[in-house]
Design a protein around this ligand. Sequence first.
Ligand SMILES: [Zn+2]
Length: 349
Amino acid sequence: MTTPNSNPGFSRYNRQTRFAPIGDQGQQQLFDSTVLLVGCGALGSFIANILARSGVGHLLIADRDFLEISNLQRQVLFDESDIEAGFPKAVAAARKLAVINSEVKITPIVKDIDYQNIQQMCNGVDLILDGTDNFETRFLINDVSNKLNIPWIYGGCLGASGQSMTIVPGKTACLHCLMPDGPPQAGTSPTCDTAGIIAPIIANIASVQCAEAIKVLTGNLPSDSRLLIVDLWESHVRHLDLQNLNQSKNCPVCDQQNYRWLSGEKSSFSAILCGRNSVQLNFPEQQSMDLESVADKLREIGDVSVNQFMLRFQTANEAITLFADGRAIISGTDDIARAKSIYTQYIGA
Ligand SMILES: [Zn+2]
């Protein structure tokens, strides 16, 4: 990694270093930083774009998904050629970011983050950014953040509103302090499927997350616990003061180090994908899949497209996408049992 002072191209960052709270020292701290971005969809692709341009030295981008045309409305890093190329989001993002800023290192990780792999992904990581669309992963991030003493920045959007919170272990409240009953029950809250989402709220919340990231990475840690709540349709911005949230000091995560998501106790292995009429199936015992040999089998009964990262196969009413790490996404159903049945029918148990 070249340092900002030895690199004649350092003028790339001069608008940022002229901002007094960052300066040359802050820029060097950004260069020396490693950030794990979990999810590279709407929030994640915006965050990746800004952090790469800002000169964060190493960006690990973990995403389990592939690109679809309906993503382009709000996932600002991608275009139609990425969909045509058939790359997973993490790979498409890394290719785009390498052209935007060749001075930073980008590592795409085409995986579903779960309790078995998240600790390994956090090796050497200074900060975790939330680009996910689900609370199960956020509670997992919250556990690993506390256990490994890594700050993380929560962000979530729905409709025209969104929220963000910066969580620093030992200093601020955590996600479990904010939501002591854990994630909302499936089916009880609106989703982007039922409530929709507009692109401006994504840019708004992702911008807040990026600013918080730059603050944390340059040593400007938050002095208090706050939840930012924005509603762009009602033109409301407010902060919820969380200073007195955990006065009884009985948070299972902060106070008791009881990591139920990280231990796997709370983890599930199938998930309905928000707004996609799709189900993802995870097989922890299956770490990889020979996509070519599966493709050979499926070509006899229908249309198959395959590359080194994934395989797609169209059935009568559904489509199967298989990833090289053994996961599958069944599109055309939001019924987990049906999805498992399709998987068993075409891929095998
Ligand atoms: Zn807590």
